[in-house]
Design a protein around this ligand. Structure first.
Ligand code: AR6
Length: 207
């Protein structure tokens, strides 16, 4: 992220995980998909305009899981910025499958893109909703000239999405944007999800 006050030693593995695998997103351009283990609240790319994606809920005022960790790390300015996002219906700032952007405040990343994945067992078409969450996050990033973006495994925690199905949707959705980003990262907390994502990327991003 933009940061003139300190020098960071590591650049692209702010998650601090041990595993990191890189896949090309297109044959022509330099875009890459990078899958790594770690904590998304620690992620940034030094000196760049970057964003982490927050797996939020429709109220968009914080919660548990990664959402809670992101709000704690960003500090109280984040919920204040979220409160300024207009409600589209009473109590709802970000309907399932949509995305909204705020600054990152105390996070190392300069922006947070809030999106809402489906509740797996409550959604009529969870695959479509999850694909929309990824696509709309990438669209919002593009509109804000963000070249580096990091996703967690949206809906794979509290929202109960099966890991293998989620990996298919996640990686297929990223593939729809082969030339728009320098790096799209997945920063994955759980080893089992990391392994699932790496295997799926090998399958779907084979040259
Ligand atoms: N960095 C990376 N991944 C993380 C982190 C972290 N710091 N913390 C958790 N994960 P979840 P959802 C992983 O439940 O399923 C919240 O209450 C976690 O292991 O955070 O989309 C919201 O307010 C899991 O694999 O998000 C919503 O109400 C993945 O992130 C609801 O949960 C997503 O798990 C959203 O549920």
């Amino acid at each position: 992220a933009m940061d003139s006050s300190s020098v960071r030693v590591s650049s692209s593995n702010g998650g601090g995980g041990d595993g990191e695998v890189r896949f090309p997103l297109s044959s022509a351009a330099s875009g890459a998909l990078i899958i790594q283990k770690g904590d998304i609240t620690k992620w940034s790319i030094d000196g760049s305009t970057d964003a982490i994606v927050n797996p939020a809920n429709e109220r968009m005022l914080g919660g548990g899981g990664a959402d809670g960790a992101i709000h704690r790390a960003a500090g109280p300015d984040l919920v204040q910025a979220c409160l300024k996002v207009p409600e589209v219906r009473p109590g709802i700032r970000c309907p399932t499958g949509e995305a909204r952007i705020t600054p990152g405040f105390k996070l190392p990343a300069s922006h947070v893109i809030h999106t809402v994945g489906p509740i797996y067992h409550a959604d009529n078409n969870p695959a479509a909703s999850l694909a929309n969450a990824y696509r709309n996050s990438l669209k919002v990033a593009k509109e804000n000239s963000i070249q580096y973006i990091a996703f967690p495994a949206i809906s794979c925690g509290v929202y109960g999405y099966p890991y293998d199905e989620a990996a298919t949707v996640a990686i297929s959705s990223i593939k729809e944007f082969p030339n728009d980003f320098k790096e799209v990262h997945f920063v994955l907390f759980l080893p089992e999800i990391y392994d699932t994502w790496v295997n799926k990327a090998k399958e779907l991003l084979k040259e």
